[in-house]
Design a protein around this ligand. Structure first.
Ligand SMILES: *Cc1c(COP(=O)(O)O)cnc(C)c1O
Length: 217
């Protein structure tokens, strides 16, 4: 499964984030030995424990909701934080990144699904944040793109519509706020069940767990 997915994604120049949550270190090491370097975890504690046991050149992506008080644990090493949805969280990431003398790449999470969720920004909320950042930049965070999760449904048209929406947000924000640089360039969308639709709609990163590692127990 891994090789088929990888070759499809490589053909489309899309980065695979292998979502290893709940899976043992040995499973990550096996994929690492095949050349995989980007791994995704949704819990801070689990990511830190795995990071300590695995090779240093793994790129660790925090893909789940992140609490402010936990940022300090991943700030020294995290490659990208995908689910940023408040100014307060950005400020905390900035502070912890500064303490570690680095810049941390982050994605703004949008609420695109029909399902109720506490997480993810509306387009208006994202513009408020971006306006604030234009006045008062946070030098140690690198706003690198957008992230979203489609509704959990079999209805392809629904999923496609939501991914189109996220791509649309990305294009508008890029034009309005990041026209002069290419740091804002990622669209993280698509999971095991819908990554092909996501790639067709412009994803640059997909987050795939169960289709690679098997269903989680
Ligand atoms: C678990 C998870 C994934 C991967 O889900 P699969 O269906 O196993 O591919 C992707 N994104 C987020 C935010 C997740 O929590």
């Amino acid at each position: 499964m891994y090789n088929d997915i990888l070759s499809y994604l490589e053909k489309n120049s899309v980065t695979l984030i292998a979502v290893s949550k709940t899976k043992p270190v040995s499973a990550i090491q096996s994929l690492f030995d095949l050349g995989q370097r980007d791994f995704g975890e949704n819990k801070v504690q689990e990511m830190v424990e795995k990071q300590e046991q695995l090779p240093n050149d793994i790129q660790w992506h925090l893909i789940g909701h992140l609490q402010k008080n936990k940022v300090k644990h991943i700030a020294p090493f995290v490659a990208m934080i995908h689910a940023v949805d408040s100014m307060e969280l950005l400020e905390t990431i900035n502070k912890q990144a500064a303490k570690n003398n680095r810049q941390i790449p982050v994605l703004l999470q949008f609420h695109i699904a029909e399902e109720d969720s506490k997480f993810g920004l509306s387009y208006e909320e994202s513009k408020q944040i971006l306006d604030t950042l234009q006045r008062d930049p946070l030098p140690n965070v690198l706003i690198s793109g957008v992230m979203g999760m489609a509704t959990f449904t079999d209805l392809e048209s629904q999923i496609r519509k939501e991914f189109k929406q996220l791509k649309n947000y990305f294009d508008n924000i890029k034009n309005q706020y990041f026209a002069k640089n290419d740091t804002f360039r990622h669209i993280s969308m698509g999971m095991s069940g819908d990554y092909i639709i996501a790639v067709e709609e412009g994803a640059t990163m997909v987050r795939i767990g169960s289709a690679i590692f098997g269903v989680r127990g």
